[in-house]
Design a binder for this molecule. Structure first.
Ligand SMILES: [Zn+2]
Length: 141
């Protein structure tokens, strides 16, 4: 089996780097850390060395409430590769966090009939390796 075929059998893992290490450490503790700009107040999910709005480097991490709503979603029935074949069907969510940023994540469970725009969701996390926990969202009852 060549390297490409072997890679298709395993799910890709995120690679924490200097900008994102705090995010991954936070997720291991069940927290989604957002970057808050002390100069302009912008809040960002994608971890960077500077504010996307004003380029300030005065960013601090603050845990998100975990509350959000579904901005958009899609139910995946065809696995994007062999590594995902046991997961289908699953729902990919674009979540509007109450702090402002939107993020792509997945729904916990398969209650697809309940999916709709503006439906409330809540953050949860799940370990996919010893080092990596991913953020997921579940429907709020
Ligand atoms: Zn800023």
């Amino acid at each position: 089996m060549n390297e490409v075929n072997k890679n298709a059998l395993t799910k890709p893992l995120p690679t924490p780097d200097g900008d994102s290490q705090a995010l991954w450490d936070g997720l291991k503790q069940g927290k989604l850390l957002l970057q808050h700009c002390d100069d302009c107040g912008h809040v960002q999910y994608y971890q960077q060395g500077m504010c996307r709005l004003c380029q300030s480097t005065k960013l601090r991490h603050q845990a998100a409430s975990g509350n959000g709503t579904i901005y958009s979603y899609s139910v995946v029935y065809r696995a994007p590769g062999p590594a995902f074949k046991d997961d289908v069907p699953y729902a990919v969510l674009l979540v509007q966090l109450e702090e402002g940023p939107r993020m792509i994540s997945s729904l916990v469970g398969k209650n697809f009939d309940a999916l709709d725009f503006d439906v409330a969701v809540k953050l949860t996390t799940g370990a996919i390796s010893d080092e990596i926990c991913l953020p997921y969202f579940e429907l709020v009852d």
